[in-house]
Design a protein around this ligand. Structure first.
Ligand SMILES: Cc1ncc(COP(=O)(O)O)c(C=O)c1O
Length: 493
């Protein structure tokens, strides 16, 4: 191999700059790591000679033994080679070893399902800025009270909770939740029918794994919730978007030759994102359709607690005794999404299987947190928090409406806002939607385009304006900005 003298040498100077009297790392370690990194990154290449140990020890002001110890490690690893009378030089190493931190060159090939999932995931919003949909008021959450509760429940945690769990959630939480669901949501259930999951998303995945095979058909509301769409598409299901009208998903609008679905996903209390409520006759039609086709209805009851003029609409699950409905709920909206707690209510005959499948597939645990939540619910903090949030969200919505009043006067159509955590603003064209979204982005404002919630080609333009997670002053200023932007756009059309 050809050897090159590394002129006089930058190595000693560069090493001198790097050495520190750092107690955590010895001088030997520092010399070794620096030289190794230069060899691996190609700053020192095969055949480059190193300065002698005597030279380095003088230049660096360290003992010769320190230099020799570092060199010995590099020799032992085969990165350096010693030749009698020629000193040390860099070995000829395979490219794989010398380019340790180069970006991977192996082409990445995701599955078709993976690609569909990634296509949908690119639209996740980061950070909670004005109008982020689905985000509750984190600023109004009773954090101190909750943290006290968490601390106590961690402190008192039973040793048995450290083991693997298969109960489908802490029995105390299931009991407290069951009382709440029966009373507030008219859900027919006993605690044994509940399985606690890591949010609604994991509940959708569990249902999908248990009830469908690759290629099976699922009916999805159109427009509909991206989390459920992602779950079904990533599981390889054939998703049929069924149009939503003023009464929610309309089974009679399903394509004529559509195969019978295994699953039908609906948000009957408050359709996401259109906001419509499914009236009783449509609910009965849907139940009848599911029983005729042998489908399971997934009832996603994500934010029905927030209804401002009338009491919450009772659940679809509670309508019929033996209906094939799986009720899914979440604490993401009523408490906070980082909690990652949700639940399924399944018919009694399935409860054991679903519990076991959940334990097998996802594992369960975090019982101290579940225990704290059980107390939070049982002591009434939960319903009090919901009542406070209902009042706060009504107020926040009013602020947003006031800020958007000039745009509304100029033709912007806003949804009625009787329920939920967002308003829907309908626009005339997709181009208009795109322009507003891009201009808002530049201002640090999250505008979620309604067209993104559609799977089929026929998309309606609009904006999904979350208001629950923003303060009144944020809503006033972001709302005023949006109103101005809308008026400006109209003037130029
Ligand atoms: C329609 C709908 N369902 C469910 C959820 C809650 O999902 P998770 O419990 O996984 O946070 C959301 C949250 O944005 C939602 O919009």
């Amino acid at each position: 191999m050809k050897r090159h003298d590394v002129a006089g040498n930058w190595i000693a100077e560069a090493l001198a700059l790097r050495l520190t009297a750092n107690e955590a790392t010895t001088l030997v370690q520092q010399l070794y790591c620096s030289l190794k990194a230069w060899i691996q990154h190609g700053e020192l290449t095969a055949g480059d000679t190193l300065p002698s140990s005597r030279h380095l020890s003088r230049a660096l002001g360290v003992s010769r033994n320190t230099v020799l110890a570092a060199m010995d490690r590099l020799l032992a690893e085969g990165l350096l080679i010693a030749r009698q009378g020629a000193g040390l030089y860099v070995a000829d190493l395979p490219a794989l070893l010398t380019r340790a931190e180069a970006p991977p060159t192996v082409p990445v090939r995701y599955s078709n399902r993976g690609n569909k999932l990634l296509a949908l995931s690119g639209t996740l919003s980061h950070g909670h800025r004005a109008f982020a949909p689905g985000v509750p008021a984190l600023d109004l959450f009773p954090r101190e009270q909750w943290q006290r509760l968490l601390r106590r429940h961690y402190y008192q945690a039973e040793m048995a909770w450290m083991d693997y769990q298969t109960s489908g959630g802490l029995p105390a939480l299931k009991a407290a939740l069951c009382d709440y669901l029966r009373l507030s949501r008219a859900v027919r259930c006993r605690p044994e029918q509940i399985v606690i999951t890591q949010g609604a998303q994991q509940a959708f995945e569990l249902i999908t794994q248990l009830f469908t095979d690759h290629g099976d058909s699922v009916w999805m509301e159109e427009p509909g919730y991206g989390g459920a769409q992602a779950c079904f598409l990533a599981s390889g299901l054939a998703v049929t978007p069924i149009p939503v009208d003023q009464q929610g998903l309309n089974p009679s609008l399903a394509p004529e030759n559509a195969p019978a679905p295994r699953l039908i996903y609906v948000t009957p209390s408050h359709q996401y994102p259109s906001g419509v409520t499914m009236p009783a006759p449509r609910r009965l039609t849907l139940l009848e359709h599911a029983s005729r086709t042998g489908s399971w209805i997934i009832e996603d009851d994500y934010d029905s607690e927030f209804r401002y003029d009338t009491p919450p609409t009772p659940s679809l699950q509670g309508l019929a005794e033996q209906a094939s409905v799986i009720y899914v709920g979440t604490f993401s909206k009523v408490l906070y999404p980082g909690l990652r707690l949700g639940y399924l209510v399944v018919p009694e005959a399935l409860a054991e299987d679903v519990r076991l499948a959940h334990a097998r597939l996802h594992r369960e645990g975090n019982y101290p947190v579940q225990s704290a939540l059980a107390e939070f619910i049982a002591n009434g903090h939960f319903t009090r928090h919901i009542a406070r949030m209902r009042a706060a969200y009504r107020q926040r919505q009013a602020c947003l409406r006031a800020a958007l009043a000039p745009a509304v006067a100029a033709g912007l159509r806003l949804s009625d806002g009787h329920a939920g955590m967002h308003l829907l603003a309908e626009l005339d064209t997709i181009a208009e939607e795109g322009m507003l979204v891009r201009r808002a982005e530049a201002q640090g404002i999250t505008l979620s385009p309604l067209s993104r919630y559609y799977l089929a080609e026929n998309k309606h333009p609009g904006l999904v304006l979350g208001y629950a997670g923003s303060t009144e002053s944020e809503l006033t200023s972001a709302g005023a900005w949006l109103s101005d932007a809308y008026l400006t756009l109209r003037q130029h059309l």
